[in-house]
Design a protein around this ligand. Structure first.
Ligand SMILES: [Zn+2]
Length: 97
């Protein structure tokens, strides 16, 4: 689990995975199809951490975040971790503005 927001996080909230920063740019209200509960769709801006890339990336999540896309489509290599050894724990930091 990366983060679990009980209430809508303010725009500008940042999630930092190791040294990759995700910044909340939009929180869109939506109704969950599974149980009809009001929730939010969170839009995060980040950049591909691959050396020499840095391509801007927009990723979506719900209020509970179990994983976030790390790299752009060009550098998505699912079997390879972004940093360090496979299975290494990613450092997670949440910053509220
Ligand atoms: Zn890339």
């Amino acid at each position: 689990m990366i983060a679990l927001f009980a209430t809508e996080p303010p725009i500008g909230t940042r999630i930092v995975l190791d040294d990759q920063v995700y910044e909340l740019v939009q929180a869109e209200p939506y109704t969950r199809k599974t149980d009809g509960k009001a929730s939010h769709l969170l839009h995060w801006d980040t950049a591909c951490p691959t050396d020499g890339c840095g391509k801007p990336l927009r990723v979506l999540s719900g209020m509970s975040i179990t994983s976030l896309q790390r790299r752009c489509e060009d550098h998505r290599v699912l079997t390879k971790p972004v940093k360090g050894k496979r299975g290494r724990r990613v450092k997670i930091r949440i910053e509220m503005p």
